[in-house]
Design a protein around this ligand. Structure first.
Ligand code: C5P
Length: 232
C-alpha cells in the first residue's frame, strides 16, 4: 500500500488556498479537504437554529453531532443537505471565524479532520493544519498575499457566484477575520516552523501549484513514495 502523505496548506483568508489546494490534490491524486467549509457549516447551523455565537456549550454540541460529508471538490453536506452554496455568504464567513474561536468546536472538528487523513493521502487546507491537525505532515505550506489582493480575489470569487460585494467592505471583512483568527487563544493562525512560506501576491495559481508540487516531490523520498499518477 502507498504511504499516506499529508500536504498541509495554511494561511489567511483569500490567499488562494482553496483554488490551489483543490488543483494540487487533483494533480497528485489525493483527497482535497477544505476545513474552512466545516467551520462554515457549524456557523450556518448555528445561525439557522438561532444559537447564540457566544453559547460555547451549545456550539460544541452542534460540532460534535454534525454529520459533515465532503462530497467532492467544493461540495459539502450537513446532516444530508447540500450546503455548498449557502456557506459562501459573507455573513457565514464572519460567523465561522467566531465559532472557530471556541475550543470545543475546534476539538470536535479537528477530530473529524484527523480521521479523514488517517486512511488516505490528502491535501488539507485551513488555518491550523500544519500546527495542530497534522503537526507531523510531511509537507507544509503557508500561503500569504496582501490584504488588497486577497479582497480582490474574494470579490472575483463572489462575482463568479453572482454576488456583488464592494471591495472596500471585503478588505474590512478580511482584516477583521484575520485579526480574530490570529488573536484567538486556541489554535491561532500562524505559520508552522517547518512550513514553506509562499507570497502569492504576484504569482499565478499555476505558478504556485508548480512550486508546491516541486516541494512535495522533493520532500517525499524524491517522489519514491508517490506513484507516477501522483506526480503526473
Ligand atoms: O477558509 P475559510 O475562509 O472558508 O474559513 C472560514 C473561517 O473558518 C476562517 O476565517 C477561520 O476562522 C475558520 N477556520 C479555522 N481553522 C481552519 C479553517 C478555517 O479556524 N482550519
Amino acid at each position: 500500500m502507498d504511504k499516506i502523505i499529508i500536504v498541509a496548506i495554511d494561511g489567511p483568508a483569500g490567499a488562494g488556498k482553496s483554488t490551489i489546494a483543490r488543483s494540487v490534490a487533483a494533480r497528485l491524486g489525493f483527497l482535497y479537504i477544505d476545513t474552512g467549509a466545516m467551520y462554515r457549516a457549524i456557523a450556518l447551523w448555528a445561525l439557522r437554529t438561532g444559537t447564540s455565537l457566544e453559547d460555547m456549550h451549545r456550539l460544541e454540541a452542534l460540532a460534535v453531532s454534525a454529520d459533515l460529508q465532503l462530497d467532492g471538490p467544493g461540495k459539502i453536506s450537513l446532516n444530508g443537505e447540500d450546503i455548498s452554496d449557502a456557506i459562501r455568504e459573507p455573513a457565514i464567513s464572519e460567523a465561522a471565524s467566531k465559532v472557530a474561536a471556541i475550543a470545543g468546536v475546534r476539538r470536535a472538528l479537528v477530530e473529524k479532520q484527523q480521521l479523514l487523513g488517517e486512511s488516505t493521502s490528502v491535501v488539507m487546507e485551513g488555518r491550523d493544519i500544519g500546527t495542530v491537525v497534522f503537526p507531523e505532515a510531511q509537507v507544509k505550506f503557508y500561503l500569504d498575499a496582501s490584504a488588497n489582493i486577497r479582497a480582490d480575489r474574494r470579490a472575483q470569487e463572489l462575482a463568479d457566484r453572482g454576488q456583488e460585494v464592494s471591495v472596500d467592505d471585503l478588505v474590512r471583512e478580511i482584516e477583521d477575520r484575520d485579526r480574530r483568527d490570529r488573536a484567538r487563544a486556541h489554535s491561532p493562525l500562524r505559520q508552522a516552523e517547518d512550513a514553506v512560506y509562499l507570497d502569492t501576491s504576484s504569482l499565478s495559481p499555476v505558478e504556485v501549484e508548480d512550486e508546491i508540487l516541486r516541494v512535495v516531490r522533493a520532500r517525499t523520498s524524491n517522489g519514491k513514495s508517490l506513484t507516477r499518477q501522483h506526480v503526473e
